[in-house]
Each structure stands twice: as C-alpha cells, then as structure tokens.
Design a binder for this molecule. Structure first.
Ligand code: HEM
Length: 402
C-alpha cells in the first residue's frame, strides 16, 4: 500500500479529490461492493485519489464505458495504478495497444471458444464434482481455498495441455498472490513466471497444439516474439482467469448464503442458472484495469488531461442506479445481457476469457446447488475479501447439515 500522497494537479477540482486507497475500500464498508456503492452515491462523475501514484476513478457508468472502449484516447500501455514495479515484466496483451496488441491477442482467441472451451469446462466440471463430494460429508469448507480457486487453474491447465498434478502447486501460489503483503505477492508472481517459463522453453523446442506452444512460436508485426513477451503473455492467461473467476464465485456463494429465496429459486429451477447468469455476473464486477489518457477529455464538467492515469473499478458500472435500478439486488427477471454491462470490459481489451468465465460460473452453480442446496455463512468466521486490481475473496468459510 503506497503511503506517499501525490500532489493534486491544478486541473483537478477540489470537490473531486477523495483520499481513497483502492487497496482499502473495505475501510468504507467491509462488503467491498457496498463500499464502492457508498462512494459512488456521494461522488461526482469522477473522483481523483492522491494514493498509488495519484489517479482518477470513474464513478459513473457512462464514464466507465467511454474510458474502457475509447482506445484512441485512453491507452493500456501507459502508466498503471499502482505504478508497475521497476523491472516487472509487462503483462501481455493487457499492457499493450494498437496493432501489437491485436497480434498478441490473436493467439489467445482460438483457445477460449469452441472445442478448447468445451474441453476445459468438462475437465473443470469433473473436478468441481470431485471437490464437492470430497468435503460434502464434513458439513463445512472454505469455499475459496477448498473449491473455487481450483477450477480456473484446472481450466488453464486444460488450455495449455498440462496435467492436473500441477494444480496444487499453482493453487499454493494463487493463495499468496492474493495476500496484502507486496513482497510476498511479487515473489509468488515470480514463481508463476518461472513455472510458465519452464514449459515455454520446452514447447518452443517441441511444440504441440496447445496455447503455450502457439504463443511460444508466434510472430508479431513480422518478427518472432521475444522470450520475455512469450512468458509475459502465457502468465497473463494464467493470472487473468484465476483470481477473477475464483473471487466472483466467492461473492456469488456468499450472496446466496444469505439470500435464501434467490438460492432456493436457482436450486429449484436449475435452467435459470444458464439463462440468468448474466444478471448474477453484472452484480459482481471484480476487475480493476488502468488507462492513461493521451488527450484532454471532459466528463460532466471535470477535465481529464493527457498524461493522467485512471483506475477503472468495473464493479461501479454494475452498481450504477442510472443503469440498474435497485442495483444491489440480483433480480432474475431483469433482462441483463453481457453487452450491457462492463464486468468483462469493452472495446479492444474486452476480456477474451468472458465466455469461458461465464461457463465456469454456470458449472459451479449447477454442480454446487445440486449437491449442497442449503448452506450458510459461519457466524464467527466471516468472509475475508480484499480490494485492488482484482476485488478478491481470500477466504469464505461455509457450513451445512451433512
Ligand atoms: C469472472 C472472470 C473474469 C473477469 C471479471 C474478467 C475481467 C476482465 C476485464 C474487465 C478485462 C479488460 C481489461 C481492460 O480493459 O484493460 C479482462 C481482460 C483480460 N482477461 Fe479477463 N476476466 C475474467 C476471466 C478471464 C479468464 C477465464 C481468462 C482466461 C483466458 C481471462 C483472460 C484475460 C486476458 C488475457 C485479458 C487481457 C485482454 C486484452 O488486453 O486484450 N480473463 N478481463
């Protein structure tokens, strides 16, 4: 957590300045989505925070939409929030723009749709059933560490054609990557890079038909990718789908633990899960990408100047009452559709894993509610969550009658 406060630039109006640390939204409310909502209710269209290098936070749906989709004015390859640590590898494709970004991204797309998607989901479904059956008789589990974080890892291993035996190691790193201590987090990221780099080297020499092989032997703008680019891109595919999916499942599980009529309806009418999953996803934005402005733009009288950085809390879009009345409620009769919300972003960087993530959420709900339709939070062990570039659920103890 950065403690040094940046100086407020002259063009930032005093009424837009808020001392908000994106890594500590829990200080506003322990339920992070409620914390964002409270802040949204009392804020102008954008606020400016002196924390983490000094940056804007778009607070309203119309600003979020423009910032995420207008890649001419808001670039991904500039300064991030928090500033990328010195010497850290850039994440690819998210920290790139234009033709280079399109080239990087083209390697991923064939693996997150069609047959590879179906194969990955089948593998994750098998694992979900095994995990639930493994702890069902205990009458309790930690939803995140015993269940949700394992599914996206299994999906990644399927996309890159690696065995399930690697899952416990990646799960142990995934736990550390979510910890608040920056040094520990960076060390775990380093181990993920190392893990991926081993397979990158192997598959550069002996390519298969998997995603790592495709990236490792890919060319961009008429030249082969560098090893740094290859490892950066393979690692982002791993990281991009890990905490996001596991945390969204965690928020959904916690919500269903206390919203009993909603849970009973989904259990009684499982066909609603696939039909209405977008409304559930709308409610729990978890990603927080950054942008840097390269031109001056005005939003509702507030001027963002070229060079300014922005942190986009996608959660705020799904909570904006001007788009979603009674936004905190999951209303299965609301006609939400992925094109209307920003949980997966929009524009050239829109999440390539959106269909995959959506299928993961569906399979989790189907397999869980079939086997454990009634469960509750554990009174003396509350959910532990953390805000930041991904709003994460670190731990969620649940209990039920075995
Ligand atoms: C619930 C789960 C997920 C959420 C909420 C989510 C959210 C997002 C968002 C908002 C972006 C756009 C970032 C930007 O505009 O700069 C993004 C990009 C990305 N996501 Fe996801 N994501 C999820 C799952 C996944 C999965 C399963 C994968 C695995 C393939 C993945 C891989 C990526 C990658 C590689 C990018 C960068 C795309 C680019 O820069 O072109 N994500 N994600």
């Amino acid at each position: 957590m950065a403690t040094r406060l940046a100086e407020v630039p002259a063009h930032v109006p005093a009424e837009a300045v808020r001392d908000i640390d994106i890594f500590d939204i829990g200080a506003i409310d322990p339920d992070i989505h409620i914390g964002w909502k409270k802040l949204q209710n009392e804020s102008p269209a954008l606020i400016w925070s002196p924390r983490n290098g000094g940056h804007w936070i778009p607070m309203r749906a119309h600003v979020i939409e423009r910032v995420l989709s207008d890649a001419e004015v808001f670039i991904n390859g500039g300064q991030w929030v928090p500033p990328n640590p010195e010497g850290a590898l850039p994440l690819i494709p998210i920290m790139s723009d234009g033709a280079l970004h399109r080239a990087y991204r083209s390697f991923i797309m064939p693996y997150v749709i069609g047959k590879p998607l179906l194969a990955a989901i089948e593998r994750a479904r098998g694992l979900a059933i095994d995990l639930i059956e493994g702890f069902r008789a205990n009458g309790s589990c930690d939803f995140v560490t015993d269940f949700s974080q394992h599914l996206p890892i299994e999906v990644f291993l399927s996309l890159v054609d690696l065995p399930s035996e690697d899952r416990p190691y990646l799960a142990s790193l995934a736990e550390v990557v979510r910890m608040p201590d920056e040094a520990e987090r960076m060390a775990a990221f380093g181990k993920m890079y190392e893990y991926v780099a081993g397979y990158v080297d192997e598959r550069t020499k002996n390519p298969g038909t998997d995603l790592i092989s495709t990236i490792a032997n890919g060319s961009v703008l008429g030249r082969p990718m560098t090893r740094e680019e290859i490892v950066g891109e393979c690692t982002q595919v791993l990281i991009g789908g890990l905490d996001t999916v596991a945390s969204m499942m965690g928020f959904i599980a916690a919500h269903l633990a206390v919203n009993v009529p909603l849970r009973r309806r989904l259990s009684a009418e499982p066909r609603l899960i696939e039909r209405r999953v977008d409304e559930i996803i709308r409610r729990f934005g978890v990603a927080g990408p950054s942008r840097q402005a390269v031109a001056d733009v005005e939003f509702d009288g507030i001027e963002v100047k070229a060079g300014d950085t922005l942190f986009v809390a996608t959660a705020l879009h799904g909570l904006d009452e001007s788009r979603w009345s009674n936004s905190l409620e999951i209303d299965l009769d609301r006609p939400s559709s992925a094109k209307d919300f920003q949980t997966f972003g929009s524009g050239p960087h829109r999440c390539p894993g959106a269909a995959l993530a959506r299928s993961e959420i569906i399979l989790y709900l189907e397999e869980w509610l079939k086997r454990i339709p009634d469960y509750s939070l554990v009174p003396d062990k509350p959910m532990v969550s953390a805000s930041g570039n991904v709003t994460g659920v670190l731990s969620l103890p649940l209990q039920w009658e075995a």
